[in-house]
Design a protein around this ligand. Structure first.
Ligand code: ADP
Ligand code: MG
Length: 598
């Protein structure tokens, strides 16, 4: 099995051709670190020369040269550091852009049904935020890590040049500081960090729920304490955070900060210990300059260690972001056929079709078989949750059947080019959503190349005349802005105009009249007659009066077709349909009576 790629490798792959720029940036950052060490060596050289000529300072002519040299290298180091950051930033921004692009491109391949469970705005927002979260790591932290590693390697080399014992004393402090840092994050605390993150997630989710529920809270005069889950998640989080601070972090962090800020804690005792030997050895001046070097140099060590600290948090942020990105790029995709077949005609057929939603215990459909010929209307009826919507959504491949075959024009829908399939099927849902565009654009979405005249004709056919008449700019009125809103029934008629304009040979209606008031319903029924004339129609309706004329009625209960036939046949059978019909008539009767009483 292939070794799993590290998070950083995965992120770098997203950079594409900009990956090289990251490496260039890291190289520049390492070079910058080396340059920024040179001034310290200059200080050492200057100190050495000064001590050599003391107290006759006039002979110390070289000192000014060292000063300029130090200045030059310090500036050079800063320039290289910025150049490096420029490269890593360019690559990081490209990476974030590519993550967004690839994520969205992947989503375009996801089955439409996937978006029911994963609201598209939310997914896009999550992808966006996750992409942004990778920036700190790629643009700053990686460069800092490389810089610090370079520093340590260079320090090892410098130890050979100067006094290795004092060098070791400096390094020891750094190593202790790093160990303390890791003991907070890794090892037995790694699991704890995951728990902490989970507590944070739970709290933000419960917070969102709470904000959504504010209207309910206000109407029923409740308090925040009624949101048990929210309260619980806040308490959990504060307990975790408190525990993490007090039990896990306090000691290591004290040690870490002590040795980061006081990198010379071992240096001074080491120097005191070594001083007598140096005095006896005769080169006391050299010893003092070495000490001066390390005392000044330890400052650079502190800065580098502090950067590593930030790097580790950037790393956690990025791997969390990557996990979220994977939920998007891991979404299922619809397989497009390798050699698509063209449907012959417009018959829709289900052959022994079964389907179970991911994670569901019971199948939503089992062994459903029926045929709808062109010009025929097949109605799906049955109790709520019976599988009607599921069956309808298999036709345009919102989902793919697990067993059996759904055919359009004699061809398995999975063998049809998705564009061809979409062109053949028009869908009208229970509550149609309109885009925040003009009515013209909204209707034209059904057939983008349609002329204004054709759009108007479709709007007429869909009985939208009254809507156009009352809006200030008619067909060009933009929906959703400046107080222009349509009622559910009106929006439904606009959606029907869109479907009429599309003029697809197969029409799927899912409870298209469910939310309409009586006045709208009559208009919608008229529009439906225009939409469905001569088409293959699959119709889902809970008002049984609308299915009486259907060529075939299929009664779905718990995913099974329990009865099939025309209205009269089914009534004669005296089964589930007959009972539903009796109930339906009773409810209509009841409505009329209660209406009369008023
Ligand atoms: P109907 O349209 O007849 O009311 P559906 O086809 O919507 O019924 O639902 C059939 C069954 O599948 C129900 O048990 C429902 O809970 C389940 N179901 C519907 N949509 C989903 C989904 N997106 N994910 C999981 N289960 C679903
Ligand atoms: Mg339904």
């Amino acid at each position: 099995m292939k070794k799993q790629k590290s998070d950083i490798a995965v992120l770098l792959d997203f950079a594409g051709s900009y990956k090289a720029l990251t490496f260039l940036g890291l190289g520049l950052s390492a070079a910058a670190m080396l340059l920024s060490m040179v001034p310290y060596i200059c200080i050492w050289l200057a100190a050495r020369d000064l001590i050599a000529v003391a107290p006759d300072w006039t002979r110390a002519g070289s000192v000014a040269r060292y000063g300029w040299l130090a200045f030059g290298f310090a500036v050079g180091g800063i320039v290289l550091y910025f150049a490096g950051l420029m490269c890593t930033h360019l690559a990081a921004f490209r990476t974030a852009a590519n993550i967004r692009k690839q994520g969205v491109a992947h989503l375009m391949q996801a089955p439409l049904g996937w978006f029911d469970a994963n609201a598209s705005g939310l997914v896009r927002g999550r992808l966006d935020a996750a992409a942004a979260d990778t920036e700190t790591l790629l643009a700053h932290n990686l460069a800092d890590i490389v810089g610090t590693v370079t520093l340590f390697v260079a320090m090892l080399a410098l130890m050979l040049v100067f006094d290795w014992r004092m060098g070791a004393a400096c390094l020891l402090a750094a190593v202790i500081s790093i160990l303390a840092m890791f003991s907070m994050m890794g090892g037995r605390n790694a699991g704890f960090m995951a728990q902490y993150q989970a507590a944070l997630d739970r709290m933000s989710k419960a917070g969102t729920e709470y904000v959504r529920g504010i209207p309910v809270v206000k109407i029923f005069q409740q308090t925040v304490y009624s949101f048990r889950a929210f309260q619980q998640s806040i308490e959990d989080y504060s307990r975790f955070a408190g525990h993490y601070n007090a039990e896990v972090c306090s000691k290591p962090q004290s040690v870490n900060l002590t040795f980061t800020e006081g990198a010379f804690v071992f240096l001074v005792p080491a120097a005191l210990f070594l001083a007598p030997g140096a005095l006896a050895g005769g080169d006391f001046a050299g010893f003092v300059t070495n000490f001066a070097f390390y005392a000044v140099f330890s400052a650079i060590l502190s800065t580098a260690l502090a950067r590593i600290m930030f790097a580790s948090s950037g790393m956690m942020l990025a791997s969390g972001a990557l996990a979220r990105i994977r939920t998007v790029t891991g979404a299922p995709t619809l397989e497009a056929p390798a050699c698509p077949k063209l449907p012959q005609g417009n018959r829709v057929a289900f052959r022994d079709v079964s389907f179970t939603y991911a994670g569901a215990a019971r199948p939503a459909l089992s062994h459903l078989t029926f045929t709808a010929e062109p010009g025929q209307t097949v109605a799906l009826v049955g109790p709520s949750g019976g599988g009607k919507t599921t069956a309808a959504s298999l036709i345009p491949r919102f989902w793919d059947a697990a067993e059996g075959v759904v055919e359009v024009g004699g061809v398995d829908v999975r063998q049809i080019d998705p564009h061809v399939l979409m062109d053949r099927v028009a869908f009208v849902f229970q509550n149609s959503r309109l885009f925040k565009q003009s009515l013209l654009e909204n209707i034209r979405a059904g057939r983008p190349q349609a002329t204004r005249q054709q759009v108007l004709a479709a709007a007429e056919a869909a009985q939208c005349g009254d809507i156009l008449a009352k809006l200030p700019e008619g067909l060009d009125t933009v929906i959703g802005t400046e107080g222009v809103y349509l009622s559910g029934g009106e929006a439904q008629r606009i959606a029907l105009a869109r479907a009429i304009l599309k003029d697809a040979p197969i029409v799927v209606l899912d409870e298209a009249t469910a939310f309409a008031d009586p006045e709208n319903e009559a208009l919608i029924q008229k529009a439906l007659v225009r939409l469905t004339a001569g088409k293959t129609v699959i119709m889902i309706a809970h008002r049984l009066s609308t299915v009486v004329g259907a060529d075939r009625i299929i009664v779905l209960d718990e995913g099974r077709a329990v009865e099939q036939g025309a209205h009269a046949e089914l009534l004669a059978k005296g089964g589930l349909y007959a009972k539903m019909w009796a109930d339906y008539n009773q409810s209509v009767q009841w409505k009329i009576q209660s209406g009369e009483e008023r």
